[in-house]
Ligand binder design. Structure first.
Ligand code: SF4
Ligand code: SF4
Length: 460
């Protein structure tokens, strides 16, 4: 690596890494819906097919008992990451931040030269016709990207193969097209007009973050010990020029580079604020300023313990250990529950007629069986009664069922033997029915059914 590049990386320790993180998150977000394992998706919540796909396994709506575990994983993961690395998700992977970086830093700044990366506070003069034209171009470009982003969002609910098939026949799928365009319109409004206000006032995560922070949480922190107090205890700014700093050794140059670069328009020297998304742009800015003076940055990605109290940051502490233990438990439960997935579903319901008695005292009961093939292959299903040799399956023929399809079957069970001799009442007899795929020994389910045998005086 050239000396110049080395020097650049030294001066901006997080900028390049941040852009790599944005590129990686974008590639993952865009490509994930297209990756399939055994014909199933890595993640898909299809309301159309009433299915959840997870890591290449398809679960039907009846199996959505996994959903609470997924939500627990999501929340515990966010809590753990926040307790350790602050709002790392916000500054480094959140789509909102990536949208803003693409629109503000790439389109408006790099492409159209409307702004400067180093000064995100200064709005271009929109009254200038040249700037107004550039703004229109920026909005058009962003609108096109927003349509791709909205479609990508939909691919987690409607798989891309169906999505593109639906688009071939737009008149039949106006609702889908309208929905995608509405999401795109919101993304345009959010990115161009709502901006970082979304992070500060709408996103609930910013509200809970301070509860999850402690003195060991990594975040962008200004060292008042080295730089000096720019704000008083009431969070009022008291220092505007370096010469006003009370101590000679206070190092802040009051250049405001850390303030102007901040996408959420805050001054990190004021302390922790809920608007801070942990993007570390202020760290990069101060690294450059202080680097020129041969000193380390006054704003660091570190913990309060390290910066304020000169103590080592403790990554393994009570709260983080508890989060990881809880994560491990939920993850294990998810694997156990996911492993118990049934590759066929079967509902057994008795019809309203209790029983039928034929001339030779043959008694029959009718049932409605609902079969569902939740596997990704076609299977042939059959039935057997496992715990009652006297009751036979009178009407049912093995049949083929395609993947993810359902079929209703009327099944008749009957007996010619006298099972009970009771003159006072009909007798319910519980029996166990096994439904199985004849072509796959792993696919088998057991269901209880009730066979009603008539009172003795009804028999001839
Ligand atoms: S203070 Fe501003 S620039 Fe610094 S990490 Fe927070 S949001 Fe980013
Ligand atoms: S960039 Fe560093 S030196 Fe400049 S105002 Fe911010 S903290 Fe002070």
């Amino acid at each position: 690596m050239s000396e110049k590049k080395n020097e650049f990386l030294k001066k901006t320790p997080f900028r390049i890494k941040r852009y790599y993180a944005y590129i990686l998150a974008t590639i993952v977000g865009l490509s994930l819906p297209f990756i399939r394992i055994n014909d199933n998706h890595i993640f898909l919540l299809s309301f159309d097919k009433k299915q959840l796909h997870l890591m290449g396994v398809a679960f039907d709506m009846q199996e959505l008992y996994l959903m609470p575990f997924l939500l627990m994983l999501l929340f515990l993961g966010i809590f753990a990451v926040t307790a350790i690395g602050g709002r790392a998700w916000c500054g480094w992977t959140c789509p909102q931040t990536i949208f803003r970086v693409i629109y503000r830093d790439l389109i408006e700044t790099k492409l159209l030269k409307l702004r400067r990366i180093k000064n995100k506070q200064k709005e271009p003069d929109w009254k200038k016709p040249e700037n107004a034209t550039k703004r229109v171009i920026a909005i058009i470009l962003w609108s096109l990207i927003a349509i791709v982003a909205a479609s990508d969002f939909m691919w987690y609910f409607i798989p891309p193969e169906d999505f593109f098939a639906y688009l071939q026949d737009p008149t039949e799928h106006m609702f889908l097209i309208g929905f995608v365009l509405s999401i795109a319109a919101f993304i345009v409004y959010d990115t161009i007009f709502l901006k970082e206000d979304f992070c500060a006032y709408i996103c609930p995560y910013s509200r809970v973050q301070s509860v999850l922070y402690d003195n060991n949480t990594l975040q962008a922190i200004y060292s008042t010990n080295r730089g000096g107090n720019i704000y008083n205890e009431n969070k009022e700014k008291i220092i505007f020029k370096q010469k006003d700093l009370p101590n000679e050794q206070d190092e802040c140059t009051t250049c405001e580079s850390c303030v102007t670069v901040c996408p959420t328009h805050i001054d990190i020297r004021k302390g922790l604020q809920l608007e801070c998304i942990n993007c570390l742009e202020c760290v990069d800015a101060c690294t450059t300023v202080m680097g020129k003076l041969g000193k380390p940055s006054l704003v660091q990605w570190s913990s309060t313990n390290e910066i304020e109290y000169n103590k080592k940051t403790k990554f393994f502490r009570r709260s983080t250990i508890m989060y990881f233990v809880a994560l491990l438990i939920v993850l294990s439960l998810l694997f156990v529950m996911g492993g118990e997935k049934e590759h066929m579903l079967l509902n057994v319901n008795k019809t309203t007629e209790l029983y039928k008695i034929e001339d030779n005292n043959k008694v029959s009961n009718n049932y409605l069986f609902l079969f569902q093939n939740t596997d990704s292959k076609k299977h042939k299903y059959n039935l057997e009664i496992v715990d009652n040799k006297d009751i036979k399956i009178e009407r049912f023929n093995p049949f083929l069922l395609s993947p993810h399809r359902m079929r209703k079957k009327v099944v008749i069970l009957s007996t010619t033997k006298q099972l009970v001799n009771d003159n006072t009442k009909d007798t319910p007899i519980t029996l166990t029915i096994r439904a199985y795929a004849v072509d796959d020994p792993k696919i088998s389910v057991l269901r209880k059914a009730v066979f009603v045998y008539p009172r003795a005086d009804k028999l001839k």
